[in-house]
Design a protein around this ligand. Structure first.
Ligand code: LUB
Length: 214
């Protein structure tokens, strides 16, 4: 079947069966490589001490080639932070397949997030860029609100099925979990480059969920 290409302009007719034309495929792969290199540099050195030249050197491309995909260092930062947040709905989908209770889903989400903060450079870079927001002249996603909303929904469902401790307000509990996790991952990062984050979360999250369970 014929179909319009999704990213070329003007739209080129391509055969869907063959999938995106190799050129488009290459462009998507290159864009992903550039973003990963930027995440590695932002995570290691931060926004201020990373240049587009550094990113270009890391992927052995010219600065112009990088600018073709990302017009500025700020647009790289926005893309990295957006990809940081894109991880969580993906994770939730994965966990939902386990059919856990809402409260256990919340606990599993945060346990897996701790692992992601330890192992995933895009997650690490997004967290660092959010701390450096005042230095970045771009509109970054508002931090913390997505997690707060996600956990409020799960804790409300837990309350409705009688699994949340009597008297606990789901929204307040969600804000407390976000504060607890954020502080915990920051302390782990500063003291141990997050090497001990899973153990630290087991401590902090363990106490919080002990307090939350009916
Ligand atoms: C789950 C706690 C919140 C989470 O921790 C680091 C960070 C980066 O800003 C977060 C966020 O913005 O959601």
């Amino acid at each position: 079947a014929e179909c319009a290409s999704t990213t070329a302009f003007p739209p080129r007719r391509i055969d869907c069966a063959r999938g995106p034309a190799p050129k488009q495929d290459r462009s998507i792969r290159t864009k992903a490589l550039v973003l990963r290199a930027a995440a590695e540099l932002f995570a290691a050195r931060g926004f201020r001490h990373t240049s587009v030249n550094d990113v270009a050197d890391r992927v052995e491309m010219t600065k112009g080639a990088v600018y073709f995909h990302y017009p500025s260092k700020e647009s790289l930062a926005v893309a990295v932070v957006e990809q940081h947040y894109a991880r969580w709905p993906e994770l939730l989908e994965e966990i939902r397949e386990q059919g856990l209770s809402p409260l256990d889903t919340a606990a599993e989400m945060l346990d897996r997030a701790a692992v992601a903060f330890r192992d995933d450079v895009v997650v690490q870079a997004g967290a660092r860029l959010q701390l450096e927001r005042p230095e970045i002249d771009a509109t970054l996603p508002t931090p913390y609100v997505d997690w707060t909303e996600l956990l409020t929904g799960l804790l409300t469902a837990a309350r409705d099925e009688g699994r949340l401790r009597e008297g606990v307000d789901p929204a307040a509990a969600a804000r407390s979990l976000v504060a607890g996790f954020f502080g915990m991952q920051h302390i782990s990062d500063v003291l141990e480059h997050r090497a001990d984050i899973v153990e630290r979360w087991r401590e902090v999250g363990g106490l919080m969920f002990f307090a939350l369970r009916a």
